[in-house]
Design a protein around this ligand. Structure first.
Ligand SMILES: Cc1ncc(COP(=O)(O)O)c(C=O)c1O
Length: 323
């Protein structure tokens, strides 16, 4: 990870070292924040293009609503702020992390009197499970931790406190020598990775767990589903059992951080031939083209960051450009 110079906080661009919060920030104590993970890629014509930016912003607003947070900026303002942030940091390929959180205010579990603060950070970040993992697949372990159930929290929300669940599964997997943990839902059906959705391929047909399995509705999951169907594969959302993963021909995962990463082994069982299979490769190739702006068919997924002079949206509270 390599840091950027500027971070956007509540409408201002601030220097990296000044991007600080108070120790009584409510979200630090109770996990009352929601966030997004987004990626921008440099396209062949040298622009930065943010992948499915509007979908991420929509999910951010939905997550906030589910936790009774009113974001004090419009969707368009956050989009414009992100464009400005990329431009001012001179970044094209990077990870983008918007965060909406309950700031410093009255302590206690009732958060509605605390301010809602918003920040956006960007940094350069390679693929979460590594380029080698994307190429050759990673080794996974079914976690002893179950995915947070809909009876206790809101799995469809991307909320900071909810990630303690993923953190436990990730630590367990890494300590045991695996690269990723796979969580089952409360009923013991397959749910997802610690930060990725999961797809299983058997006899050329694809299945993926759905919302009834307490998944986070991944935006890359939607992209992979659309690409798979466009390539002519049959794809269904349904319960997937743990045994099906072991006996699958192929398993792959999708997420903003991990992009599309195949699973080559699970609980020491090789999956299929123990290396990424043809269906995974076919979808991954198209997906990579879509991410990097090499696909006309999926060009509508890209939010291209135009030079400042060509942008129409006004920025609220943003400082004047550096001279
Ligand atoms: C728990 C979890 N599941 C799935 C995903 C994949 O979602 P997306 O494709 O929108 O990045 C993520 C990453 O955001 C995640 O954190």
């Amino acid at each position: 990870m390599s840091q950027a110079d500027l971070i956007w906080m509540n409408g201002e661009l601030v220097a990296f070292e000044d991007a600080k919060v108070h120790v009584l920030t409510h979200a630090l104590h109770y996990g009352t924040g929601v966030f997004e993970g987004i990626r921008s890629y440099e396209t062949p014509d040298g622009n930065a293009a943010i992948f499915r930016h509007d979908d991420h912003i929509d999910r951010l607003f939905n997550s906030a609503r589910l936790y009774y947070m009113e974001i004090p900026f419009s969707k368009e303002e956050l989009r414009a702020a992100t464009h400005e942030l990329l431009t001012r940091n001179n970044l094209k390929s990077c990870y983008i992390r918007p965060l909406v959180y309950r700031g410093a205010g009255p302590m206690g579990l009732f958060p509605l009197d605390c301010p809602v603060d918003v920040s956006i950070a960007v940094w350069q970040w390679g693929s979460y499970l590594g380029d080698e993992g994307k190429q050759n697949g990673v080794r996974g372990k079914v976690s002893s931790w179950r995915r947070i159930p809909a009876s206790a929290l809101i799995p469809a929300a991307k909320a900071t406190g909810q990630y303690l669940n993923s953190v436990l599964a990730k630590i367990e997997a890494e300590k045991a020598g695996y690269e990723e943990g796979i969580l089952l839902d409360e009923r013991g059906m397959v749910c997802e990775g610690t930060g990725e959705n999961l797809f299983v391929v058997k006899n050329g047909k694809i299945a993926t767990p759905g919302f009834a399995n307490d998944i986070l509705g991944g935006i890359n999951r939607l992209s992979a589903m659309e690409i798979a169907r466009d390539l002519g594969y049959e794809l269904v959302e349904r319960d997937v059992s743990r045994g099906e993963l072991y006996l699958a021909d192929e398993v792959f995962m999708t997420g903003t951080a991990a992009e599309l990463t195949p699973l080559r082994e699970l609980d020491d069982h090789p999956i299929g031939e123990g290396r990424p299979g043809p269906v995974t490769r076919a979808i991954q190739d198209v997906f990579e083209d879509a991410l990097h702006g090499r696909s006309e068919r999926y060009a509508h997924w890209l939010d291209v960051v135009l030079p400042r002079a060509e942008r129409s949206s006004p920025l609220r509270s943003a400082p004047a450009p550096a001279s």
